[in-house]
Structures are given as C-alpha cells and as structure tokens.
Design a protein around this ligand. Structure first.
Ligand code: PMP
Length: 368
C-alpha cells in the first residue's frame, strides 16, 4: 500500500473513496511539458494586456461578491458558440471539471449510475466516486473505436442515469461521429438518460467535424461541455462551460456554491472573449504540429491514433516506460496513461515538437 493510501486508511472516509488515489498527472519542473494537453503557446500579448486591464478594473470592487449569474460571460460564451444559443443555454464553472461535477451532483448521486467508455478521460471515475455515483465502464472495440450501434446497445442494456461521451476522446484523440451521439440519446429515451458530450478539444478537430452543439435543439437531456483551458490557452484561469436546455442550467443553480465564479475569473474570461481572433490564433499552428506528429510517428513505424485534438496517442512501443524516462531525461515530459504499449504526447510549439520527435527517434534506435 502506498504511504498516501496508508495515511488515508486511518480516516473515517466514505466507503466509496477508500483505496482511491487522487488525480495525479505529475507536475514536474522540466523545460518541455507535453503531458497534460495544455496549449503550449503563451497567451498572445493583446489578450494578456486586455486581461490585466479588466482584472485591474474589477480589483477595486473585490469587497463585494461577484455577479452570481455571470451574465456578461454567458452572453459572450453564447455569442462565441453560435448555433442559435442564448445566454440562458449557457452555464459555467471553474474548469469543465467543475461543470461535470455539478452535472453529476444534479443528475447522479447515491443509487444512480454513469456510463462511459474507457479508455477515456481519467477524471470521470473520480467525479463519479466523489459524487457517490456508480461508474459503469462501457466497452469499446479493440482499436478503441465506438460505433453508434454498439454504444446504443450498451445504453439500452445498462439504462444509466447519465452517459459521458468524450469527443474528441482523451486519451485517444479521436472524435466521435454525431451518429453515435444521436444513437446514444435515442437509446436513453426509455431510461431518461442525461447525455453529456465533453468537447474539451473541439476547436482542434479537423475541418468539417461537426459539434454536438448542432444536436441540442429539441434534445433537453443533451449537454455539451467545453473549456477555455485548451484552444483558448487559459488553463490557469479555470473556466469551463456547458450548453444545454435552459432547465439544465436551472438544475446547475441547485448545486453550485453561491458566487462560485470569482469576479477575477469572470473579468479574465470576458476580457479574453473580446479578443477571440487573437485567442484562437495559434490553433491552426497546433493542428499543424499535431498532424506532423502523426506523420512522423507513422514514418518511425509507430501506430498513432487519428487525432482531432491537440495531442496524439500512439502505440507500437515495446517498452513505453523506457521511452517515457528517456524523454524525461532529455527534458521532455509526455504522458503514460497506463495502456500497454502506448504513450500520449501533446502537440507543442514547433521547437518543442521537434525536440520530442528527435529524441524519440534516437530512443527507438537505441532500443532496436
Ligand atoms: N475534459 C477532458 C476530456 C479533458 O481532457 C480535460 C482536461 N484535461 C477536462 C475535461 C477538464 O479541463 P478543465 O477543467 O481545465 O476545463
């Protein structure tokens, strides 16, 4: 038993938290961080300056609680998403992790279930246990794919209270077809299942990939979650949001803590959203580096999964731990997501990506 688990075992923890380890992507101090799918480009100067000015303006009023309804922010997010969405369709939290937690607080809980399809975002089981919701691990095909038919069948069999679909999926990077979302939603009709599509990486999808936002009209059990942490390069600001029917947002009001979005967070997000063009300026560059990684890994004889995100999941490694360590020794941190033969790497700037590719090729040659 690890020291941490040993210490925790002395406490009167809730039964469903016993034996669990906290979310633990290593935060190491190395020059090239390609492990948690951040946007590795710094904020554009224009956005930085706008944030400083807007935060400075609200700082004098921090003796007061912030706008509990974050009205301006909901207007701006609705405007950004388009698809005919209005501010009453939008809810936000401190990162999409908090938004997902609030959804589980409202629609999950003791005696309720959430179905997801591993390998997928590692926080889903932890959000489930934290809200005392039973996590059901659905099954994907051998190549990590998920067809509409297969997903719908599992929803009918399990009749879960919630389904969490991640598209583009973390860690595999691949987007789901909208047919999967439609089929899952229809299959959940009988069980009144709430369907969440986590689109944290949507902005990096290949041109022409449709968002589940287009499916929202007429589907009041469908929720699409998004974040400013990835394409918007604002992981440190902690701002995630969802789009859904207005009544879903009302349900969030039942579980949120009062004034959960600080005035500083709201000012930061609002300032950034006034500069959407600059904010998204690096997305095309990142997509280019992502495609370059897929091409180069294929050339090296590895097996990268198709990626619609800012990261690449790749297999074909005999000893991923040796490669992970060898990259780290060269100052490049990637992610071992615990899937045999595989690693995951975030697309960096051109220089960072080159450093990763060069060192990886050397390590593969050393092991040959
Ligand atoms: N969903 C997915 C699929 C993610 O990969 C992440 C972050 N790694 C999140 C949600 C949460 O991001 P945030 O809380 O920063 O919005």
């Amino acid at each position: 038993m690890s020291d941490l688990l040993e210490r925790l075992s002395r406490l009167p923890l809730r039964d469903n938290l016993r034996g669990l380890e906290p979310y633990g992507a290593p935060q190491l101090d190395v020059p090239i961080l390609l492990n948690v799918n951040e946007n590795t480009h710094p904020l554009p100067a224009e956005v930085h300056q706008a944030i400083v000015a807007e935060v400075s303006a609200v700082a004098a009023g921090l003796n007061r609680y912030p706008d509990r309804e974050f009205t301006e922010l909901r207007e701006r997010l609705a405007g950004y998403l388009g698809h005919g969405l209005e501010p009453e369709n939008i809810w936000a939290g401190n990162g999409s992790n908090e938004v997902l937690q609030q959804i589980l607080q409202a629609f999950g809980g003791p005696g309720r279930t959430v179905l997801s399809f591993p390998p997928t975002y590692s926080m889903y089981p932890l959000l489930a246990s934290g809200t005392d919701t039973e996590y059901i691990a659905g099954v994907r095909s051998g190549d990590f794919g998920l067809t509409a038919e297969d997903a719908a069948r599992q929803v009918r069999e399990q009749a879960p209270n919630l389904v969490l679909l991640c598209s583009p999926n973390n860690p595999t990077g691949t987007a789901l077809g909208l047919d999967v979302v439609e089929a899952v939603y229809a299959a959940g009709e009988a069980s009144n299942t709430v369907v969440i599509v986590d689109e944290a990486y949507a902005e990096f999808a290949h041109t022409g990939t449709a968002s589940a936002l287009s499916l929202l009209p007429g589907r009041e059990r469908l929720i699409v979650s998004r974040t400013m942490s990835k394409a918007f390069a604002l992981a440190g600001a902690r701002l995630g949001y969802l789009a859904a029917a207005p009544e879903v947002c009302d349900a969030m009001r039942l579980v949120r803590l009062p004034y959960h979005l600080s005035a500083v967070t709201q000012a930061t997000a609002n300032a950034a959203l006034k500069h959407i063009g600059a904010l998204l300026a690096n997305v095309e560059d990142i997509k280019g580096q992502r495609d370059r990684i897929v091409d180069e890994l294929t050339r090296m004889g590895l097996k990268p999964a198709a990626s619609d995100s800012n990261f690449v999941f790749f297999g074909g490694l005999e000893d991923p731990k040796r490669i992970w360590q060898g990259l780290l020794d060269a100052g490049v941190l990637v992610r071992d997501v615990g899937i045999p033969g595989h690693l995951r790497v975030t697309a960096g700037t051109e220089v960072e990506t080159t450093a990763f590719l060069v060192r990886l090729e050397e390590l593969l040659a050393d092991g040959a």
